[in-house]
Design a protein around this ligand. Structure first.
Ligand SMILES: Cc1cc2nc3c(=O)[nH]c(=O)nc-3n(C[C@H](O)[C@H](O)[C@H](O)COP(=O)(O)OP(=O)(O)OC[C@H]3O[C@@H](n4cnc5c(N)ncnc54)[C@H](O)[C@@H]3O)c2cc1C
Length: 512
């Protein structure tokens, strides 16, 4: 690559979670020293157009993102009012009264190269094994409200779990803004009213702000949220609409006073036309009702939300609208869409921030020069599409396996046609107890098993090679493992007490 084609200025459009999560690693890589002289990073955010700001639950990989930035974990937790998340508790999804947990981590160490839960399924088939959840350390911890970070490298009950965070998304964006600006990222405040495009190839060359300022660039990262200012407004990249499979199109969100105990998990409760989330933070509890406007009114959805808070509401509910789906091209010409501008999947498995992280990671891996080679864009789009589709299918699974028939919405979900890949994944599990992972960057085997079993989809047969393990020895192994997990968890501190002792955030009025 000849250096005269190197990118000289990256312009990030938007200062929500996506904008600052993009600016921080780019600033770390390029904002200082020799690179800074060669490549400038500018982020434009509008004081008039707000952010979505309700992304509060994450997946364990957020820890790798934070670690790559070399963030101080304790400072991050205190500054974002964070709590720990061991997984998601699902209520009323499979049927009214159904209750299961999607915990982070394995169901014990692998045996003869087969995951522990596959052996467990064999024993279940033979009889006498009730709930797989007793072998998920994360689930046992969550049920007893315990938390301590895992320790050690060797597989054991004490480290067979993983964790993520719940945090205040607005405070996280502010924390990353401070980080990025300390590494040379420039921030411009203003509302973009015009976009200049180069004749011939249609590359974006500059954005113009309402006060007339013009910001030129070589690479534009569209983090403008649902507006999709550049990727749709200028590039007309198009949108795959997935409403047929994920019909929810609205949400109302409201914070409420926190209540004890401080639970180390998200709760998702199915309602008659959608579902409600509950996310405990240090200073408040986040709540929201995601629903389908074809089956309930905004007024009714708001009433359901407010009736089901476990503390006093701190504000009026905030209304949000969306269309589930994915941009046909997340990277088009010299525009890369990251965040809500690239697509939206409802927050049932907290995947939006994950998609932002992976979007930024792939952009860094495939970072172009000023030509923005179409093959780099094609590879980026291929990988993003595969991940989006795989997450979509995992979310659709929650709806499709329901046996609820108490409302029109649930009857629609149970009867709807589903993507062919998901049909295959359900069938292979139902018939043989195997999990087909179609995208290694999305949910892994324990997550799929938690969902299948939690929703009542049990395999008819199991892997025949498992029979080489002696049944009685296996039963003894599982019994010992259950006792080890239970004993380990008994010795762990209460989640709230652990935070209070080590990581308590400053009261909100002191948080800048
Ligand atoms: C109901 C709901 C619940 C969610 N829950 C979760 C969750 O639990 N976990 C999770 O991972 N994700 C969740 N998400 C998704 C998460 O909120 C978003 O992925 C995340 O906030 C990123 O948003 P964004 O930065 O792309 O867009 P936004 O927050 O909308 O930011 C857009 C930015 O673009 C700027 N902008 C727009 N137009 C212009 C213009 N003309 N000129 C200048 N600037 C402009 C705005 O000022 C703003 O700074 C949820 C989303 C919704 C809708």
């Amino acid at each position: 690559m000849s250096d005269d084609q190197a990118i000289r200025r990256v312009v990030i459009v938007g200062g929500g979670t996506a904008g600052w999560m993009t600016a921080a690693p780019l600033g770390q890589l390029m904002g200082r020293g020799e690179h800074a002289a060669r490549c400038e990073i500018v982020l434009v955010e509008s004081p008039e157009i707000g952010t979505v700001g309700v992304g509060e639950a994450t997946l364990p990989t957020i820890r790798y993102y934070n670690r790559t930035l070399e963030l101080d974990n304790a400072e991050f937790i205190r500054k974002t009012q964070a709590t720990f998340k061991l997984g998601i508790e699902f209520k009323d999804w499979g049927h009214l009264g159904n209750h299961f947990f999607h915990g982070f981590g394995e169901f014990g160490p692998a045996i003869l190269n087969r995951s522990s839960v596959m052996h467990w399924l064999r024993l279940h088939h033979l009889g006498g094994m009730d709930s797989h959840e007793e072998w998920s350390t994360a689930t046992v911890m969550a049920r007893r409200n315990r938390f301590v970070p895992p320790e050690g490298d060797l597989p054991s009950a004490a480290n067979a779990y993983s964790y993520a965070f719940h945090f205040d998304a607005g405070l996280y964006a502010a924390f990353l803004r401070e980080y990025a600006m300390a590494r040379g990222v420039k921030r411009e405040e203003g509302t973009i009213v015009d976009v200049s495009v180069r004749p011939g190839d249609g590359f974006v060359t500059a954005v113009t702000l309402a006060d007339g300022r013009r910001i030129e660039g070589d690479l534009f990262i569209d983090c403008s949220g649902f507006r999709a200012l550049l990727i749709e407004g200028v590039c007309k990249a198009g949108y795959h609409d997935w409403t047929h499979w994920l019909p929810c199109d609205s949400a109302q969100a409201v914070p409420c006073d926190k209540v004890a105990p401080l639970t180390p998990y998200t709760t998702s409760t199915a309602r008659s036309a959608g579902w409600q989330w509950r996310i405990p933070l240090q200073h408040r509890t986040g709540n929201g009702h995601v629903y389908c406007s074809a089956y309930t009114s905004d007024q009714e959805a708001g009433q359901v939300l407010m009736r089901n808070l476990d503390g006093a509401a701190q504000a009026d509910p905030r209304q949000l609208r969306f269309k589930t789906g994915m941009r046909k091209k997340a990277w088009d010409r010299n525009v890369v869409a990251i965040g809500l501008s690239s697509g939206f999947l409802e927050p049932l498995e907290s995947t939006s921030i994950q998609l932002i992280m992976d979007g930024v990671g792939r952009l860094i891996e495939l970072f172009p020069d000023r030509r923005c080679d179409v093959h780099l864009a094609a590879e980026y789009n291929r990988r993003m599409a595969r991940q989006y589709e795989s997450i979509r299918d995992f979310i659709v699974l929650h709806y499709k396996l329901t046996k609820r028939d108490d409302s029109e919405f649930w009857r629609y979900c149970a009867a709807m046609s589903i993507p062919d890949d998901l049909k295959h994944q359900i069938e292979i599990f139902r018939r043989s107890g195997r999990v087909a992972i179609l995208d290694p960057d999305s949910f892994a085997e324990p997550s799929w098993v938690s969902l299948f079993l939690g929703l009542g989809c049990w395999p008819q047969r199991h892997d025949p090679l498992l029979a080489q393990v002696d049944e009685q020895a296996l039963r003894t192994h599982f019994e010992r493992l259950r006792a080890a997990i239970s004993g380990t968890v008994d010795d762990m501190p209460d989640h709230g007490a652990f935070i209070e002792k080590h990581l308590r955030a400053a009261p909100m009025e002191m948080v800048k």
